[in-house]
Design a protein around this ligand. Structure first.
Ligand code: ATP
Ligand code: MG
Length: 498
C-alpha cells in the first residue's frame, strides 16, 4: 500500500466495554485504512470478538467514539452498521443450510418480479455473475448443506460483497479450512483489498497474519499493546507483546514409552467417505492423522466413536470387538471424543462453566456428584489451561470462542476414558494455550491412555504425534514416523505430489 492511499474508513477512540466485572475492552484506539488488511491478534479472551461486535452493532460500548467515513457515532446499531457498508463474518458460519447458494446470497435483499414474488432465475443469474467475477466455482443452485466448510466460508464473503461492503470484518475465517482452501481464501481477501475494501482480519494463525496483513494490532487483556507495520516486524515481536514471552513454534515433547495395543482397527470403511483403514493404537501413543480437508479423517473418527455406522471392517478395543451404535455406548466403554465442529460439542450455553466441564465425569461413571472434589478438579484445569472465565458459575456461552474450546477439552480430561479422539484439538486456541493442551495430551499418554489426533496444523502434527497416518481421498496412503519427516514432505504426501 502506498503512503498517500492512507485514508481512514473507520476508527475507534477510547472504546470501553465491560460485562459485569469483566473488562473486555479498555480504552481501545484503532483505525482502518481503505484497501488495507488490518490483522487483530491476541490471546483467547483478549477482546477481539468484542471489538468487532461493537463495530457491527451487536454490542454497545460503555464509552468511546466510533468514526466511520468521517462521521462520529457513540454507538452503532446493526442497521447503521450495515448501511455504512460494514459486513461481519463471525466465528460461526451463519447461513441457512436448507436454502441454495443463490438464495443465501440474496437473503433479506431478494430480487423480486413485478408482482412482488422472488425472481429465482434472476437471483441465480446474478449470483453466478458475482461469483464468476471472483473466480469462485461454487454452483449457485447447490444447497448450502452440501457445501464444504470452506465453500460456506467463501459464500459468506460473497454475501457480504453483494451488499457492497466497504469494510469487511472476518473473525477466524480459516479455522475450519485446510491448507488449499486457506490459500484460496487468502487470494480472495487480497482481491477485495485491491478493490479498496478495508479488511479487519482476526486469526490465531501467524503464517496467515504475516502473509496478508498490512498492519497488525495486538490486544492483551482488553487493551491495545501496539499496532505494527507487518513488513517491519516479526513473529517473535508479535508473540512477545501478545503473551509476554517467546513461544516455541515447535513443541518439544517428552518421550513416553508405549505399551500394549489398546485399539485395533482393521479394514474399516464407510460408503463413499473412506475405506480400508487399518492401524494399531498403543497405550501411551499419540497417533496423528494428517491430510487435506475432505480426506475422510473426521468421518473415520465419527465411525470409531459410534456417532456414524461403518459399512465394513472392525474395531477392537482392549481385545474385544466393539460395534458402537451410539456415542453413549463408546463413552461407556472408555472412549472420549472432542469433535471438530464446535456446535456439535454439546455445550449448554446458559449453564455454568462448572457444569459444562464436569458433565462427562458424571455421565461416564454414573456416580453421585462429589461436588467438592469436582469443583477442585475443574478449578485446577481452569488454571492449567488458563481458561479466562469470571468463575466456575459463569454461563459457558459468555466465554470467548477459544476459551469455550479449552473448557470442552478439559471436560474430557476429567473423564476416565482410555482412548481419546481429538479432532483439531487446538482450533481457535491461542499460541500460549496450545502448549498447555499439548502438555495435557502427553500427560494422558504417560498415564497409558491411547490418543488419536486429527490435525491440520502441520507443526502440531509433527511435534505432538509419535506416528502420523496420512489419508487422501478416503484412503490411508502411508504411515510415517514423525521424528523423521519434514513439513514439506508431509504436505507432499497430503497432496499426492511426492
Ligand atoms: N456476553 C458476554 N457476557 C459476559 N462476558 C463476555 C461476553 N462476551 C464476552 N465476554 C468476555 O469478554 C472477554 C473478551 O472476549 P472476546 O470474545 O472478545 O475474546 P476474543 O479475543 O475474541 O477471544 P478468542 O480468541 O477466544 O475468540 C472474555 O473474558 C469473555 O469471557
Ligand atoms: Mg473471538
Amino acid at each position: 500500500m502506498k503512503e498517500q492511499d492512507r485514508r481512514d474508513v473507520l476508527a475507534v477512540q477510547g472504546l470501553r466495554k465491560t460485562f459485569g466485572d469483566t473488562v473486555a475492552l479498555d480504552n481501545v484506539t484503532f483505525n482502518l485504512y481503505a484497501g488495507e488488511v488490518h490483522c487483530l491478534v491476541g490471546e483467547n479472551g483478549a477482546g477481539k470478538s468484542t471489538l468487532i461486535k461493537i463495530l457491527s452493532g451487536a454490542e454497545r460500548p460503555d464509552k468511546g467514539r466510533i468514526i466511520a467515513f468521517g462521521r462520529e457515532y457513540g454507538r452503532l446499531t446493526p442497521g447503521q452498521s450495515l448501511d455504512l457498508g460494514i459486513a461481519t463474518i463471525y466465528q460461526d458460519v451463519e447461513l441457512v443450510t436448507s436454502l441454495t447458494v443463490a438464495d443465501n446470497i440474496f437473503l433479506g435483499h431478494e430480487v423480486r418480479s413485478r408482482f412482488g414474488l422472488i425472481d429465482y432465475p434472476a437471483q441465480n443469474r446474478k449470483a453466478r455473475e458475482l461469483m464468476d467475477s471472483l473466480n469462485i466455482g461454487i454452483p449457485e443452485t447447490a444447497l448450502v448443506e452440501h457445501l464444504s466448510p470452506a465453500q460456506q466460508q467463501t459464500l459468506q464473503i460473497v454475501k457480504a460483497l453483494h451488499i457492497s461492503a466497504k469494510i469487511l470484518i472476518m473473525d477466524e475465517p480459516t479455522s475450519s479450512l485446510g491448507v488449499e482452501e486457506t490459500r484460496a481464501l487468502m487470494g480472495l481477501v487480497r482481491q477485495l483489498a485491491a478493490r479498496n475494501i478495508g479488511i479487519i482480519y482476526i486469526s490465531h494463525y501467524f503464517e496467515e497474519v504475516f502473509e496478508i496483513g498490512d498492519r497488525i494490532t495486538v490486544l492483551k487483556d482488553g487493551q491495545v499493546v501496539n499496532t505494527f507495520d507487518a513488513r517491519s516486524t516479526d513473529l517473535a515481536t508479535i508473540t512477545r507483546s501478545m503473551i509476554g514471552r517467546e513461544p516455541a513454534l515447535f513443541y518439544d515433547r517428552a518421550p513416553v514409552e508405549t505399551g500394549a495395543v489398546i485399539l485395533k482397527v482393521r479394514g474399516l470403511g464407510r460408503h463413499g467417505l473412506f475405506e480400508d483403514v487399518s492401524f494399531d493404537l498403543h497405550r501411551g501413543e499419540i497417533l496423528g492423522f494428517g491430510g487435506v480437508v475432505g480426506a475422510g479423517r473426521s468421518e473415520l473418527m465419527n465411525v470409531i466413536f459410534g456417532a456414524d455406522q461403518r459399512s465394513s471392517g472392525e474395531v477392537i478395543l482392549n481385545g474385544v470387538p466393539a460395534d458402537f451404535r451410539a456415542p453413549r455406548q463408546s463413552i461407556g466403554k472408555g472412549v472420549a471424543m472432542l469433535p471438530e465442529d464446535r456446535k456439535a460439542l454439546g455445550l449448554f450455553d446458559l449453564r455454568p462453566v462448572l457444569e459444562n466441564m464436569a458433565i462427562v465425569s458424571n455421565e461416564a461413571d454414573g456416580l453421585i456428584l462429589d461436588t467438592r472434589k469436582e469443583i477442585s478438579a475443574v478449578e485446577t484445569l481452569i488454571n492449567r489451561l488458563r481458561i479466562a472465565t469470571a468463575g466456575i458459575w459463569q454461563p459457558i456461552g459468555f466465554l470467548s470462542g477459544g476459551n469455550q474450546q479449552k473448557a470442552i477439552l478439559a471436560r474430557w480430561l476429567l473423564s476416565h476414558a482410555q482412548v481419546f479422539i481429538f479432532d483439531e484439538p487446538t482450533k481457535g486456541v491461542d499460541i500460549g494455550a496450545k502448549q498447555q493442551i499439548y502438555e495435557l495430551m502427553v500427560e494422558l499418554a504417560r498415564q497409558g491412555k491411547g490418543i488419536l489426533m486429527v490435525s491440520s496444523d502441520m507443526p502440531e502434527l509433527i511435534s505432538v504425534s509419535d506416528r502420523i497416518v496420512v489419508m487422501r481421498d478416503g484412503r490411508q496412503v502411508t504411515t510415517v514416523d514423525s521424528k523423521s519427516i519434514t513439513e514439506h514432505e508431509l504436505l507432499g504426501s497430503f497432496l499426492g505430489t511426492c
